[in-house]
Design a protein around this ligand. Structure first.
Ligand SMILES: [Zn+2]
Length: 364
């Protein structure tokens, strides 16, 4: 059972145990039952008020908390009428969690009170707002007082009304002896906390859209990387028919199609298409083997990036040298590494496709 650490005097004013006379001289009444109280100010730490007849009841102990709420209410009134008082910034954090990504976006703005605050002391003990006001964002504001770890009312995200809580922690017993100490504690640990602000300016919706766009982009890049990687694995597992044979390997009969837009490509392979912007599009493909390699043991594969459908202005400068080096005579960029190129391209690509016939990419 909690003890009465504050009481009220005959005039109904809040009195702390440390600011009254000792014993029956304290002149205080129990806020709950109205009985006269005595102030117990012993040597020990727990100064408190007791009923004269020592008839403590649980309801009477709880009444101290109600008085403390009233005290907080008065502090809040003072604090909010101080010149220069501003409300905290409203932040709405959005997250997007999918199997590959965990993304965050913030929407925030700084609503401020317009005009007078309407205080409602009668609402102190229930879940009603203790104050109402109008915000410069054009919505009504309800202010609540929450003590300790009291669970916040479930945030009504569809509400047209903004809600703000003043959250305070219970001061330590020693601080509850003295009005100034208690006020200091409550003010330094009290904190405004936005519960809700309707999205009247569309900022939350915009953040949500940004988030989904980022998620989609990461997904499509990832999918095109997987696509290209799978292609590389397929190339490695089943080498295309060699162009330069050992002495016993005759050229195969199937006339593999050649594509002018992909100089030097190996026969019977897939082409990956990347459109980066309106002007810039590329074909990524495996180069045919040249030279006296024994194709059956050759581990290394060489890839090219050709401007599609034809060389465009500045194509030799378009890709960083770390990704590949242009060969102007042949009309393609010789890639340093396959995965580096795919990573570079898929991060920038607006459209990615894969096909056996490069003409399938026309108009993409
Ligand atoms: Zn009482």
């Amino acid at each position: 059972m909690s003890k009465l650490f504050i009481a009220q005097d005959a005039a109904g004013e809040i009195r702390f145990i440390g600011e009254v006379e000792r014993g029956a001289e304290c002149g205080c009444l129990c806020p709950e039952c109205g009985s006269p109280l005595v102030a117990r100010q012993g040597m020990a730490n727990d100064w408190h008020f007791a009923h004269e007849a020592s008839q403590e009841r649980p309801e009477c102990g709880a009444a101290a908390l109600h008085l403390l709420r009233r005290f907080v209410f008065q502090l809040l009134q003072q604090q909010m009428s101080t010149p220069g008082f501003t409300l905290p910034i409203y932040r709405h954090e959005l997250t997007l969690t999918r199997s590959l990504v965990h993304l965050r976006e913030d929407a925030q703005w700084a609503p401020q009170i317009l005009g007078d605050v309407q205080w409602r002391p009668e609402a102190l003990d229930d879940g009603e707002p203790v104050a109402r006001a109008r915000l410069d964002t054009g919505v009504d504001l309800h202010i609540f007082v929450r003590f300790g770890d009291a669970a916040a009312a479930p945030a009504r995200t569809d509400s047209e009304v903004a809600s703000l809580s003043f959250k305070v922690r219970m001061p330590p017993t020693a601080a509850l002896r003295d009005r100034r100490l208690a006020a200091q504690q409550l003010e330094s640990f009290g904190e405004f906390f936005w519960e809700h602000h309707p999205d009247t300016q569309g900022l939350v919706r915009a953040a949500q859209e940004r988030l989904e766009l980022r998620g989609d982009r990461i997904y499509s890049n990832w999918l095109s990387m997987v696509d290209a990687k799978r292609q590389a694995l397929a190339d490695a597992a089943a080498p295309a028919a060699p162009l330069f044979y050992g002495p016993s390997s005759p050229d195969s009969a199937d006339a593999s199609r050649r594509h002018a837009c992909a100089p030097g490509h190996a026969p019977n392979i897939n082409f990956t298409f990347y459109r980066l912007n309106q002007q810039e599009a590329w074909l990524l493909y495996l180069l045919e083997r040249v030279g006296p390699n024994d194709w059956r043991t050759a581990q290394q594969k060489f890839y090219a990036l050709a401007p599609y459908p034809a060389p465009f202005e500045g194509w030799t400068e378009a890709v960083p040298r770390a990704v590949g080096v242009p060969d102007e005579a042949l009309g393609f960029i010789r890639l340093a590494g396959f995965l580096d190129a795919v990573t570079y391209l898929s991060r920038r690509a607006r459209v990615t496709r894969s096909h056996r016939d490069p003409s399938a990419f026309q108009g993409l």
